[in-house]
Design a protein around this ligand. Structure first.
Ligand code: 5GP
Ligand code: ZN
Length: 114
């Protein structure tokens, strides 16, 4: 997708602090972090929301969670706890229209989700 910021990060056209990548997912630090750890876990394929994950593809969701688990360990936040968030669509607060999971931690987060 030509006008997608995350596709441009994946292709290297826009620089970012990439901490993991393979054929299926890439993870980089959020440019505007809301906590000491704020990482975005993003499928390499341009999917807009979770609605675009094909029914047959359970491996992508597993891969995103497994990547989050590994990075949470790497960041040293596994024991204290952290938050995984996927915003979907306009009312879900999604700004970048390329599927991504936020991994947020390193401070005490509010229990409010609204
Ligand atoms: P959303 O609101 O769509 O769930 O979250 C989009 C996230 O992408 C935001 O937290 C925002 O700070 C982050 N973001 C937007 N543009 C860029 C960018 O160019 N580079 C990086 N690293 N993060 C970005
Ligand atoms: Zn994209």
């Amino acid at each position: 997708m030509d006008d997608c910021i995350f596709c441009k990060i994946i292709s290297g056209d826009i620089p970012s602090d990439i901490i993991y990548r393979d054929d299926e997912v890439i993870a980089f630090r959020d440019v505007n972090p809301v906590a000491p750890t704020h990482i975005l876990i993003v499928p390499v394929e341009h999917l807009v929301t979770t609605l675009d994950i094909p029914d047959v593809n359970t491996s992508l969701t597993n891969k995103m969670i497994q990547t989050a688990n590994r990075l949470a360990n790497q960041e040293g936040i596994s024991e204290d706890g952290y938050r995984l968030v996927i915003n979907c669509g306009e009312q879900g607060g999604q700004v970048v229209k390329h599927l991504h999971m936020h991994l947020i931690g390193g401070r005490h987060l509010s229990s409010s989700l609204g």
